[in-house]
Design a protein around this ligand. Structure first.
Ligand code: ADP
Ligand code: MG
Length: 688
């Protein structure tokens, strides 16, 4: 094969045919260079090489031994070949067996010493190893050292990835360009990029691995905080349009209820931001049902009163419609014109709204991401509101703001983020917390039951529906096939809905909704449920986001162990929004004590922040980052719960650098731009 360079397609590597090439592509690996940033998930300690007698039983270890007899191939039956041999050292003997690798008969030579890596097992008092990795003791490449374990997909072995990564690191690591300034590396005591790349794949020892990992994680955090700082500063350059008209007390008069203390406090914080100076840049975090919409209403009202325009973006059609209704009812008596703009409207409707927006005839518009499309122009957009922000990216929130000249920005979120993470997640925002629910809410009663409880549960659904209430049943999968593939006990939306409609609730109206349906169909079902025409709604987590159906009093979550706590908490927030006592039933057959403890924790508290902390403790930040509930770029190496010290250091280093070169203009800093854009790759243009 020709010399391997960065661009060499992996299809040309030994052992990589078309099928494996496709499997590699699934992992995002197409060229040699891609392997460098394909980081191991964990490592195997193959450093210690044992003698046969001393090798611990039952865990993967390296054992050095000499082949004592020629390997014998035997065919047990069609499709099952065995190669068997016996290896020895001074004090012991080891049976070695390989399944379905007949060519190994000639790969192992009698009288030669090899290092075997595998699990030693005791079979009838004899030590044995099945399907070990092995290599001649004289030429160790895969044993006697720490080896990576890569994330895999069907058709790929870790061993293949190791050989590919070895080639890539050997030939391409030196082409990696350093983007961190030497001064920063020195100050932090971190290795350069080439060294870090080598060590993160094939570490010399654990300390070098830790240094390499720290360097790469630091880099991610450094560019993340730098990117966020640049975005924030860009917004602060201009001055917000002062929105001074409209006293909070006059706003209260528009509402059918008194604001809670927390709402009053946050309204005051917003009022101060909106007055003058840099534009508001505020996140309002509050548990489901804490009344965030009222805060948005206040700011939008104020924009209108001050002679400007405001826009509110929601993640779904239904939610946009609900907000539209709420705001219309609230603000029209105060002579504010409110309009709706979503993809589901007819072209004529959309055209009329767009025209009126551009002409300044509409003061408040509520919509979905349709608001971001080209041709939506404002006369004077002074305020952008983004609801349920975890459904949108940093990019989309910037895109909405870009429709005006430095508009004020209000971001609403029902995903409570543990304090430790908020620092980075919302590094570009000021944070207000709504930590008080409106009075008179009855906490949702939450129970954990096993599947044996189903019959009683169905009776309970019947009873509530007879009282006029409605119920949600949430399943983890959409279709049977998808459910079967992972785990045959998983409930799927389509099948379960059919079963319930035919066999359990033939006398009720049962409907289903899931993310793979067309959005029109989805919206129609949700609207029918909201209107009370459907009594039992079977769904995936698509209903997780802020829909308000006060008459729904029961949330059943099937296979509840499949969901993160924060997600379950969001689902539970769909009920208990009206005056009726509401219930959440978590159905799970999980026996694992940790899983049960996690689910029990949810039964014991309704405090979203405490639940988020529990989730962080139990599952690590993966739940927040895995589901990308933050809209931030994906991080590959940094672990935000474990790397707080590193995060603080990265933030400080980024701030220092920006203090000297606020817009990253200096020639010696130009190499940072591609790296920042790469991190925000979903929308690198936001930095233009
Ligand atoms: P969320 O924070 O989840 O977006 P909403 O703004 O949808 O919450 O409010 C949930 C429900 O509580 C709505 O029906 C709303 O009218 C009601 N609500 C909001 N604030 C108050 C309050 N101060 N007193 C009574 N009800 C309120
Ligand atoms: Mg809401």
């Amino acid at each position: 094969m020709e010399r391997i360079v960065w661009d060499t397609p992996l299809g040309g590597f030994p052992g990589v045919g078309p099928a494996r090439q496709r499997a590699l592509a699934k992992l995002g690996l197409e060229r040699a260079g891609d392997l460098l940033t394909f980081y191991p998930r964990r490592y195997e300690d193959r450093t210690r090489v044992y003698s046969i007698a001393q090798a611990p039983v039952g865990e993967p270890v390296c054992v050095e031994a000499m082949i004592a007899q020629p390997p014998r191939l035997s065919r047990i039956r069609r499709g099952l070949d065995l190669v068997k041999t016996r290896a020895v050292d001074d004090a012991g003997a080891l049976d070695v067996t390989f399944f379905n690798q007949p060519y190994l008969q000639n790969a192992l030579r009698q009288g030669e010493s090899y290092v075997f890596y595998g699990k030693v097992e005791l079979v009838g008092g004899r030590r044995s190893m099945t399907n070990p990795v092995f290599e001649p003791a004289a030429r160790q490449r895969f044993t006697g050292r720490i080896m990576p374990r890569y994330p895999l997909t069907q058709g790929l072995s870790n061993h293949l990835l190791i050989t590919l990564a070895q080639a890539a690191v050997e030939h391409c690591a030196d082409d990696l360009a350093e983007t961190l300034p030497q001064a920063v590396l020195d100050a932090q005591g971190l290795p350069g990029i080439q060294e870090a790349c080598r060590q993160v794949h094939f570490p010399d020892d654990w300390a070098s691995l830790e240094a390499a990992r720290a360097r790469l994680a630091f880099e991610e955090l450094f560019y993340l905080t730098m990117g966020l700082s640049l975005l924030r500063k860009r917004r602060e350059v201009g001055r917000g349009i002062p929105l001074n008209a409209g006293d909070p007390k006059a706003f209260q008069a528009l509402l059918p209820f008194p604001l809670t203390g927390a709402q009053r406090r946050v309204v005051d914080e917003c009022a101060r931001d909106l007055c003058a100076g840099p534009p508001m840049n505020r996140l309002v975090q509050g548990d489901v049902g804490s009344g965030k919409t009222a805060i948005a209403a206040f700011c939008l009202w104020r924009a209108a009163k001050s002679g400007a325009q405001g826009a509110m973006m929601a993640p779904t059609e239904l939610l946009a419609q609900q907000h539209y209704q709420t705001l219309k009812t609230l603000l029209e008596p105060a002579h504010v014109t409110v309009a709706l703009l979503t993809a589901a409207q007819t072209a004529t409707e959309k055209k009329a709204v767009k025209r009126a927006l551009a002409a300044g005839e509409i003061q408040v518009v509520v919509g979905t991401h349709a608001l971001l499309s080209q041709g939506v122009d404002f006369q004077d957009l002074a305020l952008a509101v983004v609801d349920e922000q975890h459904r949108f990216g940093v990019n989309q929130r910037s895109a909405l703001a870009a429709k005006g000249a430095h508009p004020h920005l209000l971001v609403l979120s029902a995903t409570p983020i543990p304090r430790t993470l908020a620092l980075i997640l919302y590094g570009d925002l000021d944070v207000s917390v709504l930590d008080e629910l409106p009075p008179g809410r009855q906490p949702v009663e939450t129970y954990l039951v096993s599947e044996r409880y189903h019959q009683r549960l169905y009776k309970f659904v019947d009873k509530l529906v007879a009282q006029g209430r409605q119920a949600y049943l949430v399943c983890p999968a959409v279709e049977e096939a998808e459910a079967q593939e992972g785990d045959p006990t998983l409930k799927s939306v389509t099948q379960y809905a059919q079963y319930l409609a035919q066999s359990v609730f033939p006398h009720l109206r049962v409907a289903f909704v899931h993310g793979k349906m067309k959005s029109r169909e989805k919206e129609a079902v949700m609207a029918a449920f909201a209107a009370g025409e459907v009594q039992v709604l079977v769904s995936t987590t698509v209903i997780e986001v802020g829909v308000d159906v006060p008459n729904a009093a029961l949330m059943v979550v099937e296979n509840a162990d499949r969901f993160g706590l924060s997600q379950l908490h969001q689902l539970r927030g769909r009920v208990g929004r009206g005056k009726h006592q509401s219930y959440c039933v978590l159905v799970s057959n999980a026996r694992n004590p940790e899983t049960r403890a996690r689910l029990k924790a949810l039964c014991a508290t309704t405090d979203g922040f405490r639940i988020a902390e529990e989730d962080l403790k139990a599952r690590g930040p993966g739940d927040f980052f895995g589901q990308r509930q933050h809209g931030l770029p994906q991080l590959h190496l940094a672990d935000l719960s474990a790397d707080m010290r590193l995060l603080t250091a990265a933030q400080r280093a980024a701030q220092d650098l920006l203090a000297h070169d606020p817009d990253l203009q200096k020639p010696e800093h130009q190499m940072m731009w591609p790296r920042i854009r790469q991190l925000f790759q979903e929308n690198p243009d936001i930095f233009n």
